[in-house]
Design a binder for this molecule. Structure first.
Ligand code: SF4
Ligand code: SF4
Length: 62
């Protein structure tokens, strides 16, 4: 069991809050946007979804 983590780059403003809050370092900041490079590590806690003020993040069980 794992999670699909996606960032809508049109909504992301690159604030880095998701990268700061994620306990397992799923996110990397690249070219001013957040990228879920390590999505296989995701625990499904949804802290990133809650912290993103721009509703750019989706976390779904797969
Ligand atoms: S918290 Fe949202 S807006 Fe900020 S970097 Fe992450 S995805 Fe982008
Ligand atoms: S749901 Fe939790 S573990 Fe998964 S990317 Fe977001 S903050 Fe990280």
């Amino acid at each position: 069991m794992g999670y699909n983590v996606t960032v809508d780059t049109d909504k992301c403003v690159g604030c880095g809050e998701c990268a700061d809050v994620c306990p397992v370092d799923v996110y990397e900041m690249k070219d001013g946007k957040s990228e879920p490079s390590n999505a296989e590590e995701c625990l499904g806690c949804e802290s990133c979804v809650e912290v993103c003020e721009h509703s750019a993040i989706t976390v779904e069980e797969n």
